[in-house]
Each structure stands twice: as C-alpha cells, then as structure tokens.
Design a protein around this ligand. Sequence first.
Ligand SMILES: Cc1cc2nc3c(=O)[nH]c(=O)nc-3n(C[C@H](O)[C@H](O)[C@H](O)COP(=O)(O)OP(=O)(O)OC[C@H]3O[C@@H](n4cnc5c(N)ncnc54)[C@H](O)[C@@H]3O)c2cc1C
Length: 290
Amino acid sequence: MRRFEINLPGSVDECVKILAERAADAKVVAGGTDLLPQMKNGVTRPALVVDLSGVASLRSLSHDAKGLRLGAAVTARTLERDAHVKAGYPALAESGALVGSVQVRNLATVGGNICNAAPSADMIPPLLALDAEAVIAGPRGERRVPLRDFITGVRTTVLGADEMLVELSVPDPGPHSGGAYLRHTPRRELDIAVVGVGSQVTLANGVCTKARIALAAVAPTPVHATAAERALEGQALTPQRIEEAAKLAVEAARPISDQRGSAEFRRHLVRVLTRRTLMTALARANGGQP
Ligand SMILES: Cc1cc2nc3c(=O)[nH]c(=O)nc-3n(C[C@H](O)[C@H](O)[C@H](O)COP(=O)(O)OP(=O)(O)OC[C@H]3O[C@@H](n4cnc5c(N)ncnc54)[C@H](O)[C@@H]3O)c2cc1C
C-alpha cells in the first residue's frame, strides 16, 4: 500500500475544513472495511486519510416522534442490535445483521455502505424503502438530499470531494407499518448479495396507503420498483396482489449476468424476494412478527 498521511479530526467542522483544503487528494475513512481493501488493491490512492473515528456525533443514534436520526458512522452491528431499530425499522436491522461477519459489522458503518455506493450494498434498500434523507456537510454549509437521488452510479454519489455525509434522517413510518429486507447469497456469510430486496408498507383500514420496494444488485444503482408500489397502493394486500407486484418489480430490474448469477436467475430472485419481503412487511404492519 502506498504511504499516506492520516488526520484524526474531533468534529464535523474540523473534517469539513480539512476536506476543503485537501479535497483533491483526501479520502474519508469510517470503518475502513471498503476503503482499506480498495487502497491495498490500488483502486484508490489518497495521500491523506481523514479518520472519522474521533467524531462522536457521527456515531449517535436517536429517535423521536418524527423518526430516526442515524449518524453516518453508526455501525451495522448497532443497527442489528438496537431495540428501537429492531422494533420500528426491522428491515434496517435485518440488513445490518446480514453485513459480513460480526467483526466486519463492528466496523462497517451505514454511511460507508452508502458512500461506497456498491450495487450490492445491503443497508441501502431498506433506507430507500423508508424514504430516508441524507444530510451532507461541506464548505458551503449543510444540504439535504433524498437518498433516492444520492447514488448516481457504481461507486459514485452526489457528494463533492469537499463534502461528507453526516446523518441519515429516516421518517417514522407511522402506525400499521411494516418492513423487511432479504437477500440471496450463495454462501451464508461473507458474501455479497446476488439480489437484495427491501420492502415497506403502511396500512389503514385494511388498505395499503403506502408501499415502497427497493432492489439491490440488479442495476448500477439501487432501483425503486415504482410500478409495483403503485399496484399495491389503495388496495388490500391479498396474496394475488402481492404476486402481481412481485412480477412488476421484475420489470423494474435491469440485471446483468456475471459469475455470481445469470440475469434470468436474478429476475427470478427479484420476484421471490419481493413476494417474501412484502408478505413479511404485511404481517408486521398487522402486528405480527414472523
Ligand atoms: C469481509 C467483508 C464482508 C462484507 N460484507 C458485506 C455485506 O454482506 N454487505 C454489504 O453491504 N457490504 C459488505 N461489505 C462491505 C463493507 O463492509 C460495507 O460496505 C460497510 O458498510 C462500509 O462501511 P465502512 O465504514 O467500513 O466504510 P469505509 O471503508 O470507511 O468507507 C467506504 C467509502 O465511503 C466513504 N465514506 C465513509 N464514510 C463517509 C462519510 N461519512 N462521508 C463521506 N464519505 C464516506 C469512504 O471515503 C469510502 O470511499 C463487506 C466488506 C468486507 C471486508
């Protein structure tokens, strides 16, 4: 690995100041589980690494009536174990629990998962299905971007080189809501998603008032299955409607064939995982915990 400088700021303001001065050759590191392998492989060669581990505010997780506020450096392990996340945002807890191994999850952060912008990233679909918003800090102040607009391509985001992600703001899904995240991997652990699906539904008087379905690893960026969502909204969620929505989700996917699975297999997985996550989301919205 090429030699590099490391800087350990104690606040977001300090990080932003350093990035403003050194944007051209600096990289932020949170858990390092994506960045360090990339530096070893020469994918990226920053001269300065800005280590976020000294910025306590980035690790804060709080909630109120409006929803959840996740510091960018909240770990996958925290999402997996936090009682409030598990109860109110189960899809997010499930996605955290699937990342790597316990050792990886203790380091891997939600902000790193999003900013690395891998098509297979597990924590992104549940956050998309929950209509999360990204809070970004930079030399021109703070700006907020809906997460659905944050990722622009494989490993690219709307973040400028002098900006950083500080927080995810996740609206409270409200009563009679439920969500679920599932992925398929050939191996049980330490493998990345061949397909991942996060679904979220809200019910009122037996009818679905809001549906969100987000797909991972079926296109360069995460995909919203909007036609499938529209087919569910305003309807009672019968098994037939859910199956129809799952078929519509397949149409939203643009999978490739690679060594991890053919496009045809990925389309099949989208249908199966969409159906299963919607069934679980529905049961949870109805108060069950299957
Ligand atoms: C063995 C192994 C297994 C894995 N398994 C999975 C898996 O099952 N599912 C999965 O989704 N991922 C997996 N990963 C990938 C990785 O662990 C996750 O993507 C993780 O969430 C990255 O977080 P991090 O804090 O380690 O990011 P880092 O490596 O610190 O950073 C990743 C990228 O994001 C940038 N970044 C980080 N934080 C910020 C910020 N606040 N603002 C701006 N930019 C930022 C960095 O500059 C870098 O470009 C695995 C990795 C390993 C090594």
